[in-house]
Design a binder for this molecule. Sequence first.
Ligand code: PLP
Length: 467
Amino acid sequence: MNEQHPHQNALRQLPGISTLLDAMASEVTVWGHAEVTRALRDHLALLRQNLLEGREPDLAIDRIREAARQVLARRASASLVNVFNLSGIVLHSNLGRANLAPRAVAAVAEVAEGASNLEFDLATGKRGDRESHVEALICELTGAEAATAVNNNAAAVLLALNTVAMGHKVLVSRGELVEIGGSFRVPDIMARAGCSLTEVGTTNRTHIRDYEALADEAALIMKVHASNYRIEGFTASPGESALAQVANDHGIPFMIDLGSGNLIDFKALGLPPEPTVADAIKSGADLVTFSGDKLLGGPQAGLVAGRADLIAQLKANPLKRALRIDKMTLAALAETLKLYRDPGSLPRTLPTLRLILRTEADIRGVAEALLPTFESALGASYHVAVTATRSQIGSGALPVETLPSYAITLRARSGDDSDLRSLGDRLRSLPRPVVGRIQQGALWLDLRCLEPEATEQFTLQLRELNG
Ligand SMILES: *Cc1c(COP(=O)(O)O)cnc(C)c1O
């Protein structure tokens, strides 16, 4: 026996099922004894196999409990589950965009659990304003006079357009009439906001005189930040300050839909430049709209920063009630924004930025460490390699610039596409599904978003790929 399994002794370290059940008394109350036992047995089997193969999985009771909880949650709801995002796109809209910082996650749990002063002013004992919990922070970080927050940036744009320009014309450059992710089209939002779109210039070139010629009849000039596309070559578009000037000369507001809510100097971090909300405000924009879950790295939300009188109008619009932000989102947003008060720590504290800044060498190290595990899990039918690749930030941020990264590439030795697709299916049916991409006859698993803390869980479940 010992000869067959040189690591048999290691099995003694495994905690017993009754010890674990004792540690999971609250889960037993929720899920029932049988379900919890089943989840624990499954996880223990996985650990046992890893021990027998000479690995050293974490056997702490807390870790086992956490793993069993994940299995339970997955079985109970099997619909919305965490996945490993190895798609090569950091902010992937279909995979939930930004990962929240631990402090933001904790704030969500806390506010969800009990009553809070969501709309209650503790100083006066009177009714309060839910966005008061983030407004001052947004102003502090963007230089804006006032701010508000709604459900997402599409809602922010809808609310702003409807408030400032319902029944009137809005000037937008033809080069900016974009569609984002198939469901946000500037002309459609404009129509639903009750505004009439006036297209300015041509797709590739728009001049300040084009705006001037039309501004008399308009109620708003809107600029949409080039998000998931870039027009290159013979192009022209006026700068923000020039547009702000035209709007000002005609007594109408100037709004910028920035899309990604970048609040920091990307260039200083060695990244390609990306305009900040503060830049937009400084250039003279009266309203700036942006997402909470793109570069900002927070929860799904839409933020509007700008002139106090206009923000007051937005807050008074009845649509605001339909678009209002939820308390858990607010809690996460407030904690995320607070991280920005210590910008030097952001590369550590803000997961989105940390993933964007991960070095090629670091990612390559992860890939090389995983290579043997993949080889032994997949056997002879697949060829496994570590391959240089480029990751995208995603969600429209910096559409052209990509980040050097490394992937595990898996190729079916049969050369058969169906073998590759079936491997993709198997990866997606693991306890925590793994999402990669198929490209050039290989399955690519870009490891930029696999951080060291998650590697063990990732490796453990790869054993299940066998067969
Ligand atoms: C992403 C984006 C939107 C939509 O924002 P959501 O937060 O996804 O609703 C609108 N405008 C621009 C320019 C964007 O990039």
